[in-house]
Structure formats: structure tokens, C-alpha cells
Design a protein around this ligand. Sequence first.
Ligand code: TXA
Ligand code: MG
Length: 320
Amino acid sequence: MAKILRLPQDLALALDILQNGQVIGIPTETVYGLAGRIDSKRALELIFQLKHRPATHPLIVHVGQTMQSSRDLKKAKLIVDTHPLIDRLIKTFWPGPLTILTAKHPDVSPRVTGGSSMVAIRQPRHQDASILLAAAGPLAAPSANRFGHTSPTTAEAIELDVDVIDGGPCTIGIESTLVLVHQTSLEIMRPGIITTEALEQLAPVVTSHHTLQAPGSLPHHYAPRKPLFVTDTPMTGAIALILLNGSSKLPAWQQSATIVHTQILSEDGDSLMVGRKLYTALRTADASCCDSIVIEPPDTLHGPLKNALCDRLKRAKSDT
Ligand code: TXA
Ligand code: MG
């Protein structure tokens, strides 16, 4: 039976689980992760198995707050070279929702990176994640959902049969910004709450050519199980999730469907508010008796999560 753990009191138990090559659900400020030791073949296999994730799709390495520079990451045998741009990213955005992608140290298992020569590293800000990482060392942790589906933003939303550290609801609710570090520029591989404008303060940001095959970059990802449509016909003037019966196709619902429930995510398009609520709202909609889900157009969205939300909705929606 899966256990719910709380930190700091259950730290020894959490470390025991990880030491045994098992995996554990962990809270971060973005979404919950499924964590395992990066040096445990068993744990890494388990992560892919539980998530039904293809073996070529890489995992983010999470590190504790002792890592304060590219020199520390090199010393920990995670990356090959020190880099002034990485240092500036760390200084400005860590701990926090930024994942840095750079050349991996030979000691990082290809199981972690999906065979790639690059490694993605992030230092979460959530207090429980920090406590765990300080004691356990670097942990590989993808979002704790089945491959392709919506990331969990509460401990209860984790559908995998694993022990979970319950650190409350995630305050951001959308996955971290993933940035590839070039010699003198940055490339955003996955938008998140750290915006292009914020990164441009440090270095020029080039448009992603998506040369790397990353699961978050696949056209269909982050999806609920029920059909999700993004309509361009405003109904409430707010950002709202509308649950429908009687139709599983757009635009037919506008003529024939019955509205079962309308949930306002934000009256005025506040992206931070929508970010905190979206995945839970999609999960509740999935568990309800509705046939399909419609989300109102993100035109009014504003604030730092706007791009990330538009990206996730584009990937989560069904073809129309
Ligand atoms: O906010 C987050 O980043 C959350 C929390 C748990 O930290 N984690 C997360 O992990 O979203 P995951 O595995 O669901 O998404 C990781 C993203 C994917 O798009 C993956 O392809 C990319 O990071 N990624 C990881 N390692 C990579 C690598 N070596 N090369 C290219 N992309 C990589
Ligand atoms: Mg994911």
C-alpha cells in the first residue's frame, strides 16, 4: 500500500526508500515529480516503467541548494564544463522553476539522458524538495504522471502506485522553463514561468528549432483523457473550463451540447491563477461524467505564464 510521507519527520523513511532503488513522489513548486537516485539502475528503470515512458525520453536531474555554480555542478560530475552563462542563470533563477540543459559529464548515465550527450538540471525551490535533495543527493525526476498525460499538482493527483511526500498544492502548477545554453545565447526548449524577457536580461534568446527530441516538445502531450477543445468563441469573457455532454466534436457542441458545469479559472486572464488551477481542473473534468471539455480562448491571458499556458493547451487539445 502506497504511503503518504511528510517532511521533515519522515525524511529517514524517504531516504530509505530511495536507497533501496525505489522511487517516490516529490513536491516541487511547479508540479510533482517521480524521483529516483541517478546512480540506481533499478530506480531509473522503475521510473520509465511506472510512467510508461519510452526509454529514449530523458529525465531532469534535480539538485539541492549546495549547487551554486557551474563549478559545483562540474565537481558533482553532472556537467563537463564551467560556463559563465550557466553561473548567471543559477545566480538569477535558482532555486526555482528553471531547468538548464548543457553537455553532460560522462558519469551521468545515458539512462537518465535517454542516450543524449546533454543533461537537464534543475534546483527546485519547494522546501520539501530542498530538504530531500540536501540529504539524498541528485535525483532524476520526471513529472509524476503517465507519459503524455497531465502533470499532478497535488499529492492526491498522483495516480501511480508509489509512496508520496505530500508538500501541499504546487504554487506554480506548470512545468519549469527548459533552456538550452549555447556559447553566448540561450534557447527556450519548453516555455515556463521564467519568460523570454527575463532570460533576455542575461543573454540573447534565440528561437528554438526543436532539434532535440524531447517529450514536452511532442505535438500531443499534457493531455486529459477526454477530448479537450480550445474554442475561439468567447462565452463567459473569462478563462473558463466548460464541461459538456452530448458532443465530442467542435464546433458541434455550440449547437447541440449541454453544459454540465462551468469553472472559471480566472475572471481577468491572470496567468498565474490559471496556472495554479488548470491541471487540477482538467483532472476533475476527466473524473466527471462529462463527454468533453472546452476551454475558452486564451486571448485575455496575461502575465508570466501566458506563453507556457498557450503551449500546454496547444499540445493538450484534441485535433478538431
Ligand atoms: O517543472 C519541471 O520541470 C518538472 C518538475 C518535477 O521538476 N519536471 C518535468 O519533467 O516536467 P518531465 O520529465 O515531465 O519533463 C522534462 C522535460 C521534457 O520535455 C524532456 O524532454 C526535457 O525536459 N529534457 C530532459 N532532459 C533532457 C535532455 N537531456 N535533452 C533534452 N531535453 C531534455
Ligand atoms: Mg512531464
